[in-house]
Write a protein that binds this ligand. Sequence first.
Ligand SMILES: CC(=O)N[C@H]1[C@@H](OP(=O)(O)OP(=O)(O)OC[C@H]2O[C@@H](n3ccc(=O)[nH]c3=O)[C@H](O)[C@@H]2O)O[C@H](CO)[C@@H](O)[C@@H]1O[C@H](C)C(=O)N[C@@H](C)C(=O)N[C@@H](CCC(=O)O)C(=O)O
Ligand SMILES: Nc1ncnc2c1ncn2[C@@H]1O[C@H](COP(=O)(O)OP(=O)(O)OP(=O)(O)O)[C@@H](O)[C@H]1O
Length: 447
Amino acid sequence: MSTSIQPRMTQAFRFVRCSYADGVAELVYAFDHGEELVERVTFPNAPAIAPPYQQAFERALKLLHLVAGVSYYKAGVPPRIEVVAGPLDDGTADLLDALYLHGLAEFAYRNGLDLRGRINFPRGGAPVAKPHALSLPKRTLVPIGGGKDSLVAVEAIKSIGGEATAVWVGNSELIAACAERTGLPTLNIKRELAPQLFDLNRVGAWNGHIPVTAVNSAILVVAALIYGYDSIAFANERSASAATLEYDGQAVNHQWSKGYAFEQLLSDWLHAHVAADLDYCSLLRPFSELAITRTFSKLTQYFDAFSSCNRNFRILGPKPADRWCGQCPKCHFVFLALAPFLSKPRVLQIFGRNLLDDENQAAGFDALLEYQDHKPFECVGEGAEARAAMYALSQRSEWQEDTLIARFRHEILPQLDPAELSLEPWLKPSPEQRIPARLLSALAFFD
Ligand SMILES: CC(=O)N[C@H]1[C@@H](OP(=O)(O)OP(=O)(O)OC[C@H]2O[C@@H](n3ccc(=O)[nH]c3=O)[C@H](O)[C@@H]2O)O[C@H](CO)[C@@H](O)[C@@H]1O[C@H](C)C(=O)N[C@@H](C)C(=O)N[C@@H](CCC(=O)O)C(=O)O
Ligand SMILES: Nc1ncnc2c1ncn2[C@@H]1O[C@H](COP(=O)(O)OP(=O)(O)OP(=O)(O)O)[C@@H](O)[C@H]1O
Protein backbone atom coordinates (compact mmCIF):
# COMPACT_ATOMS: atom_id res chain seq x y z
CA MET A 1 0.00 0.00 0.00
CA SER A 2 1.26 3.51 -0.69
CA THR A 3 0.00 6.92 0.32
CA SER A 4 -0.24 10.31 -1.33
CA ILE A 5 -0.43 12.24 1.97
CA GLN A 6 2.32 14.78 2.67
CA PRO A 7 1.61 15.16 6.39
CA ARG A 8 4.07 17.98 6.99
CA MET A 9 2.15 20.13 4.46
CA THR A 10 -1.30 19.69 6.00
CA GLN A 11 -3.43 22.21 7.92
CA ALA A 12 -5.53 20.03 10.19
CA PHE A 13 -5.41 16.70 11.97
CA ARG A 14 -8.92 15.28 12.20
CA PHE A 15 -10.41 12.78 14.62
CA VAL A 16 -12.94 11.47 12.10
CA ARG A 17 -14.92 8.83 14.03
CA CYS A 18 -14.62 5.75 16.19
CA SER A 19 -16.79 2.67 16.38
CA TYR A 20 -16.94 -0.69 18.12
CA ALA A 21 -18.51 -3.98 17.05
CA ASP A 22 -17.87 -7.63 17.87
CA GLY A 23 -14.73 -6.97 19.90
CA VAL A 24 -13.10 -4.67 17.34
CA ALA A 25 -12.62 -0.95 17.93
CA GLU A 26 -11.99 1.13 14.80
CA LEU A 27 -10.30 4.47 15.32
CA VAL A 28 -10.35 6.69 12.26
CA TYR A 29 -8.18 9.77 11.58
CA ALA A 30 -7.27 11.96 8.62
CA PHE A 31 -5.04 14.85 7.67
CA ASP A 32 -7.24 17.57 6.12
CA HIS A 33 -9.78 15.69 3.98
CA GLY A 34 -7.27 13.10 2.77
CA GLU A 35 -7.43 9.34 2.95
CA GLU A 36 -8.58 7.79 6.22
CA LEU A 37 -6.06 6.25 8.60
CA VAL A 38 -7.70 3.42 10.52
CA GLU A 39 -6.25 1.83 13.64
CA ARG A 40 -7.90 -1.37 14.91
CA VAL A 41 -7.84 -2.75 18.44
CA THR A 42 -9.20 -6.27 18.88
CA PHE A 43 -10.51 -7.55 22.19
CA PRO A 44 -10.66 -11.38 22.02
CA ASN A 45 -13.85 -13.23 22.96
CA ALA A 46 -15.44 -9.95 23.97
CA PRO A 47 -18.87 -10.36 25.55
CA ALA A 48 -21.62 -7.88 24.64
CA ILE A 49 -21.35 -4.67 26.67
CA ALA A 50 -23.63 -4.94 29.70
CA PRO A 51 -26.34 -2.19 29.49
CA PRO A 52 -25.34 -0.49 32.78
CA TYR A 53 -21.80 -0.12 31.39
CA GLN A 54 -22.86 1.28 27.99
CA GLN A 55 -22.42 5.01 28.66
CA ALA A 56 -19.10 4.44 30.46
CA PHE A 57 -17.93 2.27 27.57
CA GLU A 58 -18.77 4.93 24.97
CA ARG A 59 -16.84 7.56 26.90
CA ALA A 60 -13.86 5.22 27.30
CA LEU A 61 -13.89 4.41 23.57
CA LYS A 62 -13.89 8.13 22.73
CA LEU A 63 -10.94 8.63 25.02
CA LEU A 64 -9.07 5.78 23.32
CA HIS A 65 -9.74 7.42 19.93
CA LEU A 66 -8.36 10.73 21.19
CA VAL A 67 -5.31 9.22 22.90
CA ALA A 68 -4.31 6.78 20.13
CA GLY A 69 -4.40 9.65 17.62
CA VAL A 70 -1.02 10.75 18.93
CA SER A 71 0.78 8.23 16.66
CA TYR A 72 -0.73 9.88 13.56
CA TYR A 73 -0.87 13.51 14.71
CA LYS A 74 2.90 13.44 15.23
CA ALA A 75 3.46 12.55 11.56
CA GLY A 76 2.40 16.06 10.50
CA VAL A 77 1.83 18.26 13.60
CA PRO A 78 -0.45 20.54 11.58
CA PRO A 79 -1.65 23.83 13.11
CA ARG A 80 -5.25 22.71 13.78
CA ILE A 81 -6.82 19.79 15.63
CA GLU A 82 -10.46 18.99 14.71
CA VAL A 83 -12.80 16.54 16.40
CA VAL A 84 -15.63 15.77 13.98
CA ALA A 85 -17.95 14.61 16.79
CA GLY A 86 -17.80 18.09 18.34
CA PRO A 87 -15.83 20.03 20.95
CA LEU A 88 -14.62 18.30 24.09
CA ASP A 89 -15.68 19.17 27.61
CA ASP A 90 -12.94 21.17 29.30
CA GLY A 91 -11.72 18.30 31.50
CA THR A 92 -11.17 16.06 28.48
CA ALA A 93 -9.49 18.85 26.49
CA ASP A 94 -7.16 19.54 29.44
CA LEU A 95 -6.14 15.88 29.61
CA LEU A 96 -5.47 15.70 25.86
CA ASP A 97 -3.62 19.02 25.69
CA ALA A 98 -1.32 17.86 28.51
CA LEU A 99 -0.79 14.40 27.01
CA TYR A 100 0.11 15.65 23.53
CA LEU A 101 2.35 18.47 24.80
CA HIS A 102 4.31 16.51 27.42
CA GLY A 103 4.04 13.06 25.85
CA LEU A 104 5.48 14.45 22.60
CA ALA A 105 8.10 16.62 24.32
CA GLU A 106 10.96 14.26 23.42
CA PHE A 107 9.66 13.99 19.85
CA ALA A 108 9.55 17.80 19.62
CA TYR A 109 12.98 18.29 21.18
CA ARG A 110 14.67 15.78 18.89
CA ASN A 111 12.99 17.17 15.78
CA GLY A 112 13.70 20.81 16.69
CA LEU A 113 9.97 21.60 17.01
CA ASP A 114 8.20 23.69 19.64
CA LEU A 115 4.68 22.41 20.31
CA ARG A 116 3.86 24.99 22.99
CA GLY A 117 0.80 26.97 21.86
CA ARG A 118 0.25 24.58 18.94
CA ILE A 119 -1.70 21.82 20.66
CA ASN A 120 -5.25 23.03 21.29
CA PHE A 121 -7.94 20.39 21.38
CA PRO A 122 -11.34 21.94 20.61
CA ARG A 123 -13.04 22.70 23.94
CA GLY A 124 -16.26 24.22 25.25
CA GLY A 125 -18.44 21.10 24.87
CA ALA A 126 -21.12 20.50 27.52
CA PRO A 127 -19.69 19.23 30.83
CA VAL A 128 -20.50 15.57 31.43
CA ALA A 129 -22.60 14.44 34.39
CA LYS A 130 -20.42 12.80 37.02
CA PRO A 131 -20.80 9.02 36.73
CA HIS A 132 -21.97 6.71 39.50
CA ALA A 133 -20.19 3.57 40.65
CA LEU A 134 -20.89 0.65 38.30
CA SER A 135 -20.30 -2.11 40.87
CA LEU A 136 -17.50 -3.45 38.70
CA PRO A 137 -16.16 -6.87 39.75
CA LYS A 138 -13.33 -6.58 42.27
CA ARG A 139 -10.53 -7.80 40.10
CA THR A 140 -7.50 -6.22 38.51
CA LEU A 141 -6.00 -6.01 35.04
CA VAL A 142 -2.21 -6.17 35.39
CA PRO A 143 -0.46 -5.08 32.19
CA ILE A 144 2.63 -7.11 31.32
CA GLY A 145 5.52 -5.51 29.42
CA GLY A 146 7.94 -8.43 29.32
CA GLY A 147 10.32 -6.74 31.77
CA LYS A 148 10.92 -6.95 35.51
CA ASP A 149 8.54 -4.24 36.73
CA SER A 150 5.23 -5.76 35.74
CA LEU A 151 6.33 -9.17 37.06
CA VAL A 152 7.02 -7.58 40.45
CA ALA A 153 3.54 -6.01 40.36
CA VAL A 154 2.00 -9.41 39.54
CA GLU A 155 3.75 -11.11 42.44
CA ALA A 156 2.76 -8.30 44.82
CA ILE A 157 -0.91 -8.76 43.91
CA LYS A 158 -0.61 -12.55 44.13
CA SER A 159 0.89 -12.14 47.63
CA ILE A 160 -2.41 -10.70 48.90
CA GLY A 161 -4.55 -13.22 47.02
CA GLY A 162 -5.91 -10.51 44.71
CA GLU A 163 -7.90 -11.67 41.71
CA ALA A 164 -6.04 -10.52 38.61
CA THR A 165 -5.50 -11.12 34.90
CA ALA A 166 -2.17 -10.66 33.10
CA VAL A 167 -2.93 -8.55 30.02
CA TRP A 168 -0.81 -7.29 27.16
CA VAL A 169 -1.28 -5.33 23.98
CA GLY A 170 0.40 -6.49 20.77
CA ASN A 171 1.97 -9.63 19.37
CA SER A 172 5.10 -10.13 21.45
CA GLU A 173 5.88 -13.81 22.09
CA LEU A 174 8.27 -12.75 24.82
CA ILE A 175 5.50 -10.96 26.70
CA ALA A 176 3.18 -13.93 26.12
CA ALA A 177 5.78 -16.25 27.70
CA CYS A 178 6.13 -13.95 30.74
CA ALA A 179 2.36 -13.70 31.10
CA GLU A 180 2.04 -17.51 31.00
CA ARG A 181 4.80 -17.79 33.60
CA THR A 182 2.80 -15.69 36.08
CA GLY A 183 0.20 -18.46 36.35
CA LEU A 184 -2.57 -15.86 36.16
CA PRO A 185 -5.37 -15.95 33.61
CA THR A 186 -4.15 -14.11 30.49
CA LEU A 187 -5.66 -11.67 28.01
CA ASN A 188 -3.92 -10.59 24.79
CA ILE A 189 -5.37 -7.54 23.06
CA LYS A 190 -4.27 -6.99 19.45
CA ARG A 191 -3.44 -3.55 18.10
CA GLU A 192 -3.00 -2.84 14.40
CA LEU A 193 -1.67 0.59 13.47
CA ALA A 194 -2.97 2.14 10.25
CA PRO A 195 -0.59 0.67 7.65
CA GLN A 196 -0.21 4.03 5.89
CA LEU A 197 1.74 5.30 8.92
CA PHE A 198 4.75 3.22 7.89
CA ASP A 199 4.51 4.63 4.34
CA LEU A 200 4.31 8.13 5.78
CA ASN A 201 7.49 7.45 7.75
CA ARG A 202 9.20 6.32 4.56
CA VAL A 203 8.25 9.49 2.68
CA GLY A 204 9.52 11.82 5.40
CA ALA A 205 6.76 12.29 7.97
CA TRP A 206 7.86 13.61 11.33
CA ASN A 207 8.70 10.61 13.50
CA GLY A 208 9.83 9.97 17.05
CA HIS A 209 8.79 8.80 20.47
CA ILE A 210 5.13 8.77 21.49
CA PRO A 211 3.59 8.31 24.97
CA VAL A 212 2.78 4.67 24.36
CA THR A 213 1.86 3.93 27.98
CA ALA A 214 -1.04 6.35 27.60
CA VAL A 215 -2.23 4.41 24.55
CA ASN A 216 -1.96 1.09 26.41
CA SER A 217 -3.75 2.66 29.39
CA ALA A 218 -6.67 3.86 27.27
CA ILE A 219 -6.94 0.41 25.66
CA LEU A 220 -7.06 -1.20 29.10
CA VAL A 221 -9.77 1.18 30.30
CA VAL A 222 -11.94 -0.05 27.42
CA ALA A 223 -10.98 -3.64 28.30
CA ALA A 224 -11.94 -3.14 31.96
CA LEU A 225 -15.47 -2.20 30.85
CA ILE A 226 -15.78 -4.98 28.28
CA TYR A 227 -14.66 -7.79 30.58
CA GLY A 228 -15.56 -6.29 33.98
CA TYR A 229 -12.60 -5.18 36.15
CA ASP A 230 -12.59 -2.45 38.79
CA SER A 231 -8.88 -1.66 38.60
CA ILE A 232 -5.92 -1.39 36.26
CA ALA A 233 -2.58 -1.65 38.03
CA PHE A 234 0.43 -0.54 35.98
CA ALA A 235 4.01 -1.03 37.16
CA ASN A 236 5.36 2.49 36.69
CA GLU A 237 8.14 3.34 39.10
CA ARG A 238 8.75 6.60 40.97
CA SER A 239 11.83 7.32 38.81
CA ALA A 240 9.60 7.54 35.71
CA SER A 241 8.42 10.99 36.85
CA ALA A 242 11.95 12.46 36.62
CA ALA A 243 12.66 14.49 33.47
CA THR A 244 15.24 13.20 31.01
CA LEU A 245 16.47 16.77 30.46
CA GLU A 246 15.33 20.41 30.63
CA TYR A 247 15.30 22.41 27.43
CA ASP A 248 14.21 25.99 26.85
CA GLY A 249 12.28 26.05 30.12
CA GLN A 250 10.49 22.79 29.40
CA ALA A 251 10.98 19.42 31.07
CA VAL A 252 11.46 16.67 28.48
CA ASN A 253 10.61 13.27 29.94
CA HIS A 254 10.84 10.18 27.72
CA GLN A 255 8.63 8.38 30.22
CA TRP A 256 6.03 11.13 30.71
CA SER A 257 3.00 8.86 30.38
CA LYS A 258 4.55 6.50 32.93
CA GLY A 259 4.92 9.41 35.37
CA TYR A 260 2.79 10.41 38.35
CA ALA A 261 1.38 13.53 36.65
CA PHE A 262 -0.25 11.43 33.93
CA GLU A 263 -1.41 8.80 36.42
CA GLN A 264 -3.26 11.48 38.41
CA LEU A 265 -4.76 13.10 35.31
CA LEU A 266 -6.12 9.84 33.93
CA SER A 267 -7.31 8.51 37.27
CA ASP A 268 -9.22 11.76 37.98
CA TRP A 269 -10.63 11.82 34.46
CA LEU A 270 -11.94 8.26 34.82
CA HIS A 271 -13.68 9.05 38.09
CA ALA A 272 -15.23 12.17 36.56
CA HIS A 273 -16.22 10.68 33.18
CA VAL A 274 -16.42 6.89 33.26
CA ALA A 275 -17.11 5.27 36.64
CA ALA A 276 -16.62 6.23 40.25
CA ASP A 277 -15.31 2.73 40.98
CA LEU A 278 -12.85 2.25 38.09
CA ASP A 279 -9.36 2.78 39.51
CA TYR A 280 -6.22 3.39 37.45
CA CYS A 281 -2.94 3.32 39.32
CA SER A 282 0.65 2.24 39.40
CA LEU A 283 1.42 -0.30 42.08
CA LEU A 284 5.12 0.55 41.93
CA ARG A 285 4.75 4.33 42.19
CA PRO A 286 6.36 4.62 45.66
CA PHE A 287 9.50 2.79 44.54
CA SER A 288 12.75 3.65 42.81
CA GLU A 289 14.17 1.38 40.11
CA LEU A 290 16.67 0.07 42.67
CA ALA A 291 13.93 -0.89 45.14
CA ILE A 292 12.20 -2.74 42.30
CA THR A 293 15.33 -4.56 41.10
CA ARG A 294 16.00 -5.60 44.71
CA THR A 295 12.53 -7.17 44.89
CA PHE A 296 12.83 -8.67 41.42
CA SER A 297 16.18 -10.26 42.34
CA LYS A 298 14.20 -12.73 44.49
CA LEU A 299 11.82 -13.72 41.66
CA THR A 300 14.18 -16.27 40.11
CA GLN A 301 11.32 -18.06 38.34
CA TYR A 302 11.31 -15.29 35.71
CA PHE A 303 15.05 -15.01 35.04
CA ASP A 304 15.01 -17.15 31.88
CA ALA A 305 11.88 -15.52 30.46
CA PHE A 306 11.96 -11.75 31.01
CA SER A 307 13.67 -9.00 29.08
CA SER A 308 13.63 -5.24 29.53
CA CYS A 309 15.35 -4.64 26.18
CA ASN A 310 12.84 -2.63 24.15
CA ARG A 311 14.34 -3.83 20.87
CA ASN A 312 12.29 -6.99 21.44
CA PHE A 313 9.11 -5.00 21.05
CA ARG A 314 9.58 -3.44 17.64
CA ILE A 315 6.74 -3.92 15.19
CA LEU A 316 9.02 -3.69 12.15
CA GLY A 317 12.70 -3.44 13.03
CA PRO A 318 15.15 -6.29 13.86
CA LYS A 319 14.90 -7.93 17.29
CA PRO A 320 17.77 -9.21 19.48
CA ALA A 321 18.68 -12.85 18.93
CA ASP A 322 18.71 -13.74 22.62
CA ARG A 323 16.37 -11.36 24.50
CA TRP A 324 19.10 -8.84 25.49
CA CYS A 325 20.80 -6.83 22.73
CA GLY A 326 23.48 -5.83 25.24
CA GLN A 327 23.97 -2.46 23.52
CA CYS A 328 21.02 -0.27 24.49
CA PRO A 329 20.39 1.90 27.56
CA LYS A 330 17.80 -0.54 28.94
CA CYS A 331 20.27 -3.44 28.81
CA HIS A 332 22.92 -1.25 30.44
CA PHE A 333 20.61 0.02 33.15
CA VAL A 334 19.00 -3.28 34.12
CA PHE A 335 22.40 -4.98 34.24
CA LEU A 336 23.69 -2.22 36.55
CA ALA A 337 20.58 -2.07 38.73
CA LEU A 338 20.27 -5.84 39.25
CA ALA A 339 23.95 -6.48 39.91
CA PRO A 340 24.05 -5.10 43.50
CA PHE A 341 21.37 -7.60 44.54
CA LEU A 342 22.55 -10.80 42.83
CA SER A 343 25.69 -12.89 42.70
CA LYS A 344 27.92 -12.02 39.76
CA PRO A 345 27.51 -15.43 38.03
CA ARG A 346 23.71 -14.99 38.21
CA VAL A 347 23.92 -11.60 36.51
CA LEU A 348 26.18 -12.93 33.77
CA GLN A 349 23.85 -15.90 33.29
CA ILE A 350 20.85 -13.59 32.75
CA PHE A 351 22.61 -11.34 30.23
CA GLY A 352 24.93 -13.92 28.65
CA ARG A 353 27.89 -11.49 28.93
CA ASN A 354 29.54 -8.96 31.22
CA LEU A 355 28.57 -5.50 30.01
CA LEU A 356 30.71 -3.85 32.70
CA ASP A 357 33.86 -5.52 31.43
CA ASP A 358 33.54 -4.13 27.91
CA GLU A 359 35.22 -0.81 27.22
CA ASN A 360 33.04 -0.28 24.14
CA GLN A 361 30.09 0.22 26.49
CA ALA A 362 31.70 3.12 28.39
CA ALA A 363 29.66 5.86 26.72
CA GLY A 364 26.42 3.99 27.41
CA PHE A 365 27.14 3.67 31.12
CA ASP A 366 28.43 7.28 31.30
CA ALA A 367 25.04 8.51 30.06
CA LEU A 368 23.24 6.51 32.76
CA LEU A 369 25.49 8.15 35.36
CA GLU A 370 24.87 11.56 33.73
CA TYR A 371 28.64 11.83 33.40
CA GLN A 372 29.52 14.10 30.46
CA ASP A 373 26.08 13.38 28.99
CA HIS A 374 22.37 13.52 29.80
CA LYS A 375 20.27 10.53 30.82
CA PRO A 376 19.35 8.47 27.72
CA PHE A 377 15.94 8.78 26.08
CA GLU A 378 14.83 5.43 27.43
CA CYS A 379 13.07 3.92 30.40
CA VAL A 380 15.99 4.03 32.82
CA GLY A 381 16.41 5.12 36.44
CA GLU A 382 17.72 8.45 37.69
CA GLY A 383 21.41 9.35 37.26
CA ALA A 384 21.87 9.40 41.03
CA GLU A 385 20.56 5.86 41.46
CA ALA A 386 22.78 4.60 38.64
CA ARG A 387 25.73 6.23 40.43
CA ALA A 388 24.71 4.55 43.71
CA ALA A 389 24.55 1.14 41.98
CA MET A 390 27.94 1.68 40.32
CA TYR A 391 29.45 2.72 43.63
CA ALA A 392 28.04 -0.39 45.36
CA LEU A 393 29.70 -2.60 42.72
CA SER A 394 32.97 -0.70 42.99
CA GLN A 395 33.12 -1.77 46.66
CA ARG A 396 32.73 -5.48 45.85
CA SER A 397 35.85 -7.48 45.09
CA GLU A 398 34.25 -9.64 42.38
CA TRP A 399 33.38 -6.57 40.28
CA GLN A 400 36.22 -4.19 41.14
CA GLU A 401 38.61 -5.17 38.38
CA ASP A 402 36.09 -5.15 35.53
CA THR A 403 37.03 -2.48 32.99
CA LEU A 404 34.18 -0.03 33.52
CA ILE A 405 34.09 -0.41 37.29
CA ALA A 406 37.85 0.18 37.49
CA ARG A 407 37.40 3.24 35.26
CA PHE A 408 34.58 4.47 37.53
CA ARG A 409 36.80 4.12 40.60
CA HIS A 410 39.74 5.96 39.08
CA GLU A 411 38.11 8.59 36.88
CA ILE A 412 34.54 9.31 38.00
CA LEU A 413 34.35 8.49 41.72
CA PRO A 414 36.87 11.16 42.79
CA GLN A 415 34.50 13.79 41.34
CA LEU A 416 31.46 12.55 43.31
CA ASP A 417 30.23 13.34 46.82
CA PRO A 418 30.49 10.06 48.83
CA ALA A 419 27.51 11.13 50.97
CA GLU A 420 25.26 10.80 47.90
CA LEU A 421 26.33 7.30 46.86
CA SER A 422 24.56 5.10 49.36
CA LEU A 423 22.04 2.53 48.08
CA GLU A 424 19.95 2.68 51.26
CA PRO A 425 17.93 5.87 50.57
CA TRP A 426 16.88 4.44 47.20
CA LEU A 427 15.34 1.41 48.87
CA LYS A 428 12.85 3.43 50.91
CA PRO A 429 9.33 4.00 49.50
CA SER A 430 8.02 7.51 49.03
CA PRO A 431 4.45 8.46 50.00
CA GLU A 432 3.12 9.50 46.58
CA GLN A 433 0.70 6.94 45.17
CA ARG A 434 -2.89 6.43 44.03
CA ILE A 435 -3.27 2.75 44.90
CA PRO A 436 -6.90 1.84 45.76
CA ALA A 437 -7.54 0.67 49.32
CA ARG A 438 -8.27 -2.88 48.13
CA LEU A 439 -4.69 -3.29 46.81
CA LEU A 440 -2.73 -1.26 49.37
CA SER A 441 -1.63 -4.24 51.44
CA ALA A 442 0.31 -5.49 48.36
CA LEU A 443 2.94 -2.88 49.22
CA ALA A 444 4.11 -5.14 52.08
CA PHE A 445 5.59 -7.37 49.37
CA PHE A 446 8.44 -4.84 49.07
CA ASP A 447 9.43 -4.91 52.77
C1 LIG B 1 9.92 -0.83 20.28
C2 LIG B 1 10.35 0.59 20.26
O1 LIG B 1 11.09 1.02 21.15
N1 LIG B 1 9.92 1.33 19.28
C3 LIG B 1 10.25 2.74 19.18
C4 LIG B 1 11.08 2.96 17.95
O2 LIG B 1 10.35 2.42 16.87
P1 LIG B 1 11.02 1.78 15.59
O3 LIG B 1 10.86 2.74 14.48
O4 LIG B 1 12.41 1.34 15.92
O5 LIG B 1 10.17 0.47 15.32
P2 LIG B 1 8.70 0.02 15.66
O6 LIG B 1 8.47 -0.13 17.13
O7 LIG B 1 8.54 -1.18 14.85
O8 LIG B 1 7.72 1.14 15.15
C5 LIG B 1 7.62 1.49 13.76
C6 LIG B 1 7.03 2.87 13.65
O9 LIG B 1 5.67 2.83 14.07
C7 LIG B 1 5.30 4.03 14.70
N2 LIG B 1 4.62 3.73 15.96
C8 LIG B 1 4.83 2.55 16.60
C9 LIG B 1 4.10 2.26 17.73
C10 LIG B 1 3.18 3.19 18.22
O10 LIG B 1 2.51 2.99 19.26
N3 LIG B 1 3.02 4.35 17.55
C11 LIG B 1 3.74 4.66 16.44
O11 LIG B 1 3.58 5.78 15.89
C12 LIG B 1 6.55 4.88 14.83
O12 LIG B 1 6.47 5.82 13.79
C13 LIG B 1 7.66 3.88 14.59
O13 LIG B 1 8.77 4.47 13.98
O14 LIG B 1 11.30 4.32 17.70
C14 LIG B 1 10.05 5.07 17.52
C15 LIG B 1 10.44 6.47 17.17
O15 LIG B 1 11.23 7.03 18.13
C16 LIG B 1 9.23 4.97 18.82
O16 LIG B 1 7.99 5.65 18.66
C17 LIG B 1 8.93 3.49 19.10
O17 LIG B 1 8.35 3.40 20.38
C18 LIG B 1 7.18 2.57 20.43
C19 LIG B 1 5.96 3.49 20.41
C20 LIG B 1 7.17 1.80 21.72
O18 LIG B 1 6.33 0.93 21.90
N4 LIG B 1 8.06 2.11 22.62
C21 LIG B 1 8.10 1.53 23.97
C22 LIG B 1 9.07 0.39 24.05
C23 LIG B 1 8.57 2.65 24.89
O19 LIG B 1 9.28 3.54 24.45
N5 LIG B 1 8.13 2.65 26.12
C24 LIG B 1 8.46 3.73 27.00
C25 LIG B 1 7.23 4.18 27.74
C26 LIG B 1 7.24 5.68 27.93
C27 LIG B 1 5.88 6.31 27.94
O20 LIG B 1 5.77 7.48 28.38
O21 LIG B 1 4.92 5.69 27.53
C28 LIG B 1 9.56 3.30 27.90
O22 LIG B 1 9.80 2.08 28.06
O23 LIG B 1 10.23 4.21 28.42
N1 LIG C 1 2.67 -4.37 25.30
C1 LIG C 1 2.23 -3.97 26.48
N2 LIG C 1 0.96 -4.21 26.84
C2 LIG C 1 0.47 -3.81 28.03
N3 LIG C 1 1.20 -3.15 28.93
C3 LIG C 1 2.47 -2.89 28.63
C4 LIG C 1 3.05 -3.27 27.40
N4 LIG C 1 4.34 -2.87 27.39
C5 LIG C 1 4.56 -2.26 28.57
N5 LIG C 1 3.44 -2.29 29.32
C6 LIG C 1 3.27 -1.77 30.68
O1 LIG C 1 3.72 -0.43 30.74
C7 LIG C 1 4.36 -0.21 31.99
C8 LIG C 1 5.74 0.33 31.72
O2 LIG C 1 6.48 -0.59 30.94
P1 LIG C 1 7.96 -0.98 31.31
O3 LIG C 1 8.64 -1.40 30.05
O4 LIG C 1 8.61 0.05 32.14
O5 LIG C 1 7.74 -2.21 32.30
P2 LIG C 1 8.25 -3.69 32.28
O6 LIG C 1 8.36 -4.18 30.88
O7 LIG C 1 7.36 -4.45 33.18
O8 LIG C 1 9.66 -3.60 33.00
P3 LIG C 1 11.08 -3.04 32.53
O9 LIG C 1 11.21 -1.69 33.17
O10 LIG C 1 12.02 -4.04 33.06
O11 LIG C 1 11.08 -2.96 31.04
C9 LIG C 1 4.36 -1.53 32.75
O12 LIG C 1 3.27 -1.54 33.63
C10 LIG C 1 4.14 -2.55 31.66
O13 LIG C 1 3.44 -3.68 32.10
